[in-house]
Structure formats: C-alpha cells, structure tokens
Design a protein around this ligand. Structure first.
Ligand code: HEM
Length: 404
C-alpha cells in the first residue's frame, strides 16, 4: 500500500499531468516504439494517427491515479481495458516496459517540475496500477483457456463463407481450422484478428464484434470497408479484409472478449439496441439472443440509405409479426427509391423527439454502439429523456472516450 504522503503527491500532480496528458503519452509512444519496435505489431496505427489511443491511455492512467487509494472504484473500467488487453495477448512482462517509458516521458515533458520525489511517487503508483491490471488479466487468460473450446493466444480459423451485407460491409463465417468447435461467447463480445498483410512491415490486430447467433457452430464477423477521404487514407485492414480475404483463407483469432453483453445487464426489462453504421454488428448477435429468449426488444439503426443498410433481411426475419422485437430505421441520406419503398421510419439524424416515440415508456436497458459522435448524441438524447446513466451500456469502436 502507498504511504499517505505518496498518495498526496499523486493526487496533487494529477491535474498537472492532465494538462500535459497528450504531450506525455505522445512522447511515451515515440520512446516506446523506438526502444521496442516489436510492440508496433500490437498497436493500431490508425488510432495512433488520430490521437485516440493517446487520449485513452492518458485518461486511464490519470483516472487510476486519482483513485489510487481505492482502486476498486474503477474496477469496471479496468475490466473493460483488461478484456481488450487479454484479447491482444498483452503479457505481465510488458508492464514494466510501459512504466519505464511513461516515467521517462513525464520527466521529459515536465522538465524541472518533475522532482525525484514526484517521479518516485508515480513509479510506485504505476506499479500498483499495473499489478491490478496484471492480476485481472491473469484471471481472464485462465478463464479463456479453460472454457470448453477455449484457447490461449491466436488460433487459425478458416473462412468457410463470405457474404456481402451492404455496399461496404462483408461478413466472414469462421470455423477453427483444426475442425474443433470454438468456445461459446456472449452476444456483444468481440474477437481480435491478427493479420500479416503483404507489403506491410508489421502485423495488424483489429477487434471485430461477433455478429452471428451465439449458438451457431462457428463465429461470424462483419467488416465495414473504411474508405478514406481528404483527412485520412483508406483503412488498410478493412480494405484488405473486404478485397483480399477469400473463402478458404485462414485468419488468426484470439478467444472472445468484452463486457458489452446482454448478460452483464441484469433483470428482465425490455432491451433497446441503438446502433449507427458498423455499430450494428454486436446488435445483430444480441437480437438473435433476445429472439431466442423471447424477450421484448426495440432495434433502432441509423445508416445512410438502403445501399449501406446491412442485415436488412436477417433483422426483418427476426422482427417479423408475432415476435416481441420491433425494428426502426433512420436514413440520413435516402434515395428517391427508398422513399417510394418506405424503407425507413425517420429521415435525417436520430433526435430525442423521435427516440421518445419509439423507445418503451417503461424502464429499459439500453445498448449503444457506433462512432464516438453517434454515441455522444444518443447518450445525450437518452439522458434528456430521463434515462438513467446506469441503464445505458456503450461500446466504442476504437479506444473509449468520454461521453459527458
Ligand atoms: C489499449 C490503458 C498497459 C498495450 C488500452 C486502452 C487503454 C489502456 C485505456 C484503450 C482501451 C479501449 O480500446 O477502450 C492501459 C493502462 C496500462 C496499460 C492504464 C498500464 C497500467 C499496457 C501494456 C501494453 C498495452 C503493458 C503492452 C505493450 C495496449 C494495446 C492496446 C491497449 C496494444 C490497443 C491499442 C490499439 O487498439 O491501438 N490500454 N494500458 N497496454 N493497450 Fe494498454
């Protein structure tokens, strides 16, 4: 346990570090990758370029440091990150490496303000935070391996089928290459896929939600092609998956992970699944689960138009007459044909007034998945309609960010 004086130093320096948070973590990654280039195989370079990972790591370290004398308060946040770490294969031995370069970065950015006393206190605090992550992750590694059909690290899966879901999204049906039956998963969980792309110096790892029914024989992931624009290039991995990964190809997968799951939300309240764009993927898996469990659910999805609208037939077959599932769609850019065919219920972005009309009047559990801006809008709208924070579960695509 830390001494009271060390805790006081940590708490008094958190605000200073927060001000320099992004500078410190940016420098940290430069130092880390220069000294340990092998770690470039683990990190998502697109997230790095957009600065999203820097902000996520900085937030997590400072949040943990603020709660250093009662780390149990941030255990849910630790678990969410630990799921991601476990699915990436992060090891206990990598923690001191990260700690070393984080401290070096703090020292460089703060200059003379970083006294030996301050640096010593942060070294101690990092050690304590790292130990919490290491022990939570150790339990997760054990659970993933010991589950029937579970495994350690990355295991080869064969693409047994490809299916276009929209103009920009392709589903991949995957089964273990050794013919075994893979571990069960909870609807809403994801897997990490590790790829060696010809011409690329490092391997790439990406997380994809499992979009299939939880009781299917294998897994299904659905990958949206990220087309670039003036501000960013085409997504290297999503384009490779959509164009080059054909039936019969093998992909390396780690065991299912993540705590954005229906089972994590207690009770028998109605469920609302609210997704934007590629955020539909975990929702489809959840919808299969809810259909089987005969639970009341409202499926709301926002997309551009019928061309980008994935899983139309599959969702329609689950939400057909007689089922307890209802589906609503919002198109931001419908075609004349979409209008003529009445393919959508709302034109434009989803707002609080429309949400009020389609969500249940009684308390419900909400699951949100989509881009950071979509999540922020939905979160605010739901709060303005009086939905309590505790009723809202959120899955970010990419590093988590603040919604407040
Ligand atoms: C992801 C925090 C240690 C490698 C993350 C995320 C956070 C985080 C907040 C983003 C999670 C999300 O996607 O929502 C921390 C903290 C650490 C720590 C507080 C120390 C106490 C490590 C270590 C490694 C590592 C030792 C190994 C080198 C990664 C990688 C990702 C990640 C590869 C995914 C990043 C990406 O997608 O580019 N971590 N982490 N982390 N962490 Fe850590």
């Amino acid at each position: 346990m830390l001494q009271a004086s060390t805790i006081a130093i940590i708490k008094s320096t958190v605000p200073v570090l927060e001000v320099h948070g992004t500078a410190i973590t940016t420098r940290f990654y430069q130092l880390l990758f220069t000294n340990h280039p092998e770690l470039l195989n683990l990190f998502n370079h697109a997230n790095q370029k957009q600065g999203r990972q820097q902000a996520a790591l900085a937030n997590a370290v400072y949040a943990a440091a603020l709660h250093i004398d009662r780390l149990e308060a941030i255990l849910p946040a630790v678990k969410q990150i630990a799921h991601k770490h476990r699915s990436l294969g992060i090891t206990a031995e990598q923690y001191p490496i990260v700690g070393t370069y984080l401290l070096k970065a703090i020292k460089e950015v703060l200059g003379d303000a970083a006294t030996d006393e301050i640096l010593g206190a942060w070294a101690e605090a990092y050690g304590i935070i790292a130990d919490v992550f290491i022990s939570v992750e150790a339990q997760m590694y054990e659970a993933a391996e010991q589950q029937p059909g579970g495994w350690e690290g990355f295991k080869p899966f064969k693409v047994v089928r490809r299916q276009a879901e929209s103009v920009a999204m392709t589903s991949f049906y995957l089964e273990p290459a050794d013919g075994s039956r893979p571990a069960a998963f909870l609807p809403g969980q994801y897997v990490s896929v590790k790829l060696s792309i010809p011409g690329q110096p490092n391997t790439h790892i990406r997380q994809y939600s499992l979009s299939g029914a939880p009781d299917a024989r294998g897994y299904r992931i659905s990958v949206k092609r990220e087309d670039g624009g003036e501000e960013r290039p085409d997504g290297v991995v999503s384009n490779y998956m959509n164009h080059d990964v054909t039936e019969g190809a093998e992909l390396l997968l780690s065991a299912p992970a993540g705590d954005f799951t229906i089972d994590a939300a207690a009770g028998e309240q109605p469920v609302v699944l609210l997704s934007g764009g590629a955020g539909i993927t975990p929702m489809v898996s959840m919808l299969h689960h809810l259909h089987k469990a005969d639970r009341e659910a409202t499926f709301i999805h926002a997309t551009a138009n019928s061309a980008t609208h994935a899983f139309q037939a599959e969702v329609a077959s689950l939400a057909q007459a007689g089922s307890k599932l209802k589906a609503f769609y919002s198109y931001s850019n419908p075609t004349e044909q979409d209008r003529a065919d009445r393919r959508f219920d709302k034109e434009g972005r989803i707002d609080a007034a429309w949400l009020k009309e389609v969500i249940p009047a009684q308390p419900a559990v909400y699951f949100l998945c989509g881009s950071p801006s979509f999540l922020q809008e939905m979160y605010r709208s739901l709060q303005s309609l009086g939905v309590a924070k505790e009723q809202i579960h959120v899955e970010f695509f990419g590093p988590a960010a603040s919604l407040e």
